[in-house]
Design a protein around this ligand. Structure first.
Ligand code: DGL
Length: 262
């Protein structure tokens, strides 16, 4: 089966890294919409157009049998519309609010996402459904997407940005931070230094892959060393050239390393 993952940029590689290891017998395509990243600070209408183009390219030109939109922002504004257009399974990602509340139903939960996701109707409905004790707080961290795209993962600037953005929250009262943007997974080492030890990371990566496997009718295996093959695209063009490939490899390597941090 040919499975496509798509994100505005390198964030989706944090999902791909796990997907290739639990579905080693499938064939993957990955598209980063580098021409239009970041999505989270654009208008919903703009993002809807980008998602339409990306999904059309993956299904109509590359023959994808299933698409995982490895981007909470794109899912928030356009997943439903894509499902109405195409028959192949289209799986989206949304902040793992339900999972975080299931792990601890008493302490507070901080959901970090992009501005579009934070003010979106989809997240509002999700919170309304599951946050019966009103434990959720939201924070938009758009600059992390920019830092990630220029591969600035660990720096005094990143730390200062996070300290300032998280300063309004009394973090010791929180059980977890939900990484509601796939780019945020790249900052788990920095976040680990800032957050109290009592706070855990929660993301929707594994849950979305399980959902993808279920909907596509394939079976996951425990993550091992074998990795499914993958072809990479940047906004509809194959990624070629030594520097572009080296950049991709650095991101994949970092994504795999961040997976180990809980
Ligand atoms: N990685 C994306 C997400 O999960 C969006 C980042 C962006 O382009 O702003 O929301």
């Amino acid at each position: 089966m040919r499975i496509a993952l798509f994100d505005s940029g390198i964030g989706g590689l944090t999902v791909l890294s796990h997907a290739r290891r639990v579905l080693p017998s499938e064939e993957f395509l990955f598209l980063a919409d580098r021409d239009h990243v970041p999505y989270g600070t654009k208008t919903e209408e703009e993002v809807r157009g980008y998602v339409r183009d990306a999904v059309t390219f993956l299904i109509e030109e590359q023959g994808a049998d299933a698409v995982l939109i490895a981007c909470n922002t794109a899912t928030s504004v356009a997943a439903e519309e894509m499902r109405n257009i195409y028959d192949v399974p289209i799986i989206g990602m949304e902040p793992a609010v339900k999972k975080a509340l299931a792990q601890d139903a008493e302490r507070r939960v901080l959901v970090a996402a992009t501005p579009i996701t934070v003010r979106g109707e989809k997240l509002r409905r999700l919170i309304e459904e599951y946050d019966t004790n009103h434990l959720i707080d939201l924070v938009a961290l758009p600059r992390l997407v920019q830092f990630a795209e220029r591969e600035e993962f660990v720096s005094p600037r990143v730390e200062e940005y996070l300290w300032n953005a998280l300063a309004p929250f009394d973090l010791i009262r929180y059980s977890s931070i939900v990484l509601g943007c796939t780019h945020f997974n790249y900052f788990k080492d920095t976040l680990r230094r800032i957050l109290p030890k009592t706070m855990h990371f929660v993301d929707g990566n594994e849950g979305s892959i399980e959902e993808l496997a279920r909907r596509a009718g394939v079976h996951t295996v425990p993550a091992g060393v074998a990795k499914a093959p993958c072809r990479f695209f940047a906004s509809g063009r194959p990624i070629t050239g030594t520097e572009a490939i080296a950049r991709l490899e650095r991101s994949i390597e970092r994504a795999a390393r961040m997976e180990e941090i809980v």
